[in-house]
Design a protein around this ligand. Sequence first.
Ligand SMILES: [Zn+2]
Length: 341
Amino acid sequence: MRWSYKVARVAGIEVKIHITFLLVLAYFGLIYWQQGGVKGAVEGVGFTLLLFLCVLLHEFGHAFAARAYGIRTPDITLLPIGGVARLERMPDKPVQELLVAIAGPAVNVVIALVLLVFLTARVRMSDFTDLEHGGLLESLLAMNVMLVAFNAIPAFPMDGGRVLRALLAMMMDYTLATTIAARVGQVLAVVFAVLSFFGPSMLLFIAVFVFFGAQQELAYARFRGGGGQRKISDVMCSDYSAIPTETPVTHALALARASRQGIFPVVDRQLRAVGVVSIHALETAVADGFGSQPADVLAQPVSRIQVDTPLTAAMASIPLRVPVVVENASGQIVGLLAVQG
Ligand SMILES: [Zn+2]
């Protein structure tokens, strides 16, 4: 995510903070400062940080559950609206998705229980005379209960939406399960929007959040539904021109101009790609007087992918907007992705 900064690395997972999160923290600090001076500001910011620590632990709950199924989580980003654990991929089996979704709120249940036990014990010890000092921890307990309640709403992008989808997917096709879960979310969004006129305006915010969450999940499921069985070989371009190594740059440019590609693989005698070269690089080299040089000196490193890779796995691993060479098992080039320069 842009404007996110790495602040820590825990168990191989990068913890990032989005710049807007710091702005929100500063805003809260200012509000608390106006109400209670420096002490108020410190307490207010301290509480906000503790709250987001709970959100962070919630995301680690998802990440560790996913790890149990061999799914990596490269990073967790804290945003003002909460945390986002970026899982490398979604679990394939509904029961796994169910457990990964539940693991987040489960962490908040544990935190809430620990706080409850601690607060109850302290109230007993102090004989009910020391209650006002518990304000911070009691608020934290309340916020953890709210986090669990919020995520229990059966709508994307809340964990409840994933739980609902996983439960449905145990009985039906994944795309259909997602469609139903997303529709439930959209109905709830309308209900929240209507209720917001009579109740807290916060409901309108949730309504918008839930509505777009449903849209996004539907789009992803349709993509995945369509792409699930397909392989790289179904989408790659197999009608491409290549430049043999040792071709002089001038010849390579003539070849390049005759085709409609922007980027060309440079291939050796065994038909293995040694790199790629753009028509722009060829033009520049000719203009600079390097026309007699072999084109391979201009070749840039290229990403490679096996031709039988399923499309869904490929989407997770290939970089966007850079040329990718598709290879067969013996490393020979059989196609290209993103050849339009
Ligand atoms: Zn969650």
